[in-house]
Design a protein around this ligand. Sequence first.
Ligand SMILES: Cc1cc2nc3c(=O)[nH]c(=O)nc-3n(C[C@H](O)[C@H](O)[C@H](O)COP(=O)(O)O)c2cc1C
Length: 280
Amino acid sequence: MKTIKVMFAVAIMALMFASCGKKEKILVLYYSQTGNTKAVAEEFANRLGADIEEITAIVPYDGDFQATIERCKEEMALDSLPDINCLKHNINEYDVIFIGYPVWFGTYAPPIASFLKDNNLSGKKIVPFCTFGSGGLESSKKDLVDAQPDAWILPAYGVRAARMDFMPQEVETFLIANGFIKGKYLYPVTFSYPHPVSDADIALYDAAVKGYPMLNARPVEVGFRSNNGDLEYVYTAVDEPRMPAPDDGDKKPDLPPAGKVKVYVKIIPGVDTSFTRVVR
Ligand SMILES: Cc1cc2nc3c(=O)[nH]c(=O)nc-3n(C[C@H](O)[C@H](O)[C@H](O)COP(=O)(O)O)c2cc1C
């Protein structure tokens, strides 16, 4: 009897060790209209040796920017989501799913909303990633948590469409920081306590947001930190009201100010000074 008990215990331990060493299966899923998110998805899949698949709408969003905006507005008014094609991969076979999307209207693009509605990701580890004009990482991640409350939503990666050159390096750093691949990573310190902006701070802000017309915010205070050798600034800025064109007569501004926004600026010495994201 004692021998049987010992053999049983040994078998259980062997099973435990076997499952501890089991490599997690990773799938990278993404939707992309103009190729930015596709490039990030491929970067993740290559570095992880993971399977990858594109989510596609049965009726593709193949119009230009304005046509896509119009179609989305119509769909939002009708509270409808696009039908998407069936996936070739069986998501049940995967432990970790990276989900990538462009930010549209502050959240994930509609084909991703369709995917999240059609699939139950309970218990799975989800790594959101996105590309955007100015921001939407935080808001879209929050929507993802709301859509799949029983999934384990891990830290997310996002990059501006204008900063795609920095994406491969950032993806590597992100994967190291989150334990997916091995490498050296210095965890960033917190930002300094914010101080009112000086003329030099304003000049840096202006240089960082130059060429991005959609951001119309005036910086009021700033904090900074050193992040893996780069300097990073977080500005608190106040959205300016957008006034109507002069010939609009007495009309009130058609877009209300969004209030305070956080604008993150990274300085990579000798290479780049641009904003990395806006958090509304
Ligand atoms: C319909 C539409 C809505 C968009 N909305 C936002 C937005 O709310 N915030 C933002 O920063 N960028 C927005 N963008 C810009 C896209 O997120 C950005 O260009 C993205 O990199 C496109 O990714 P893709 O090449 O994978 O399609 C929008 C683009 C489109 C077409």
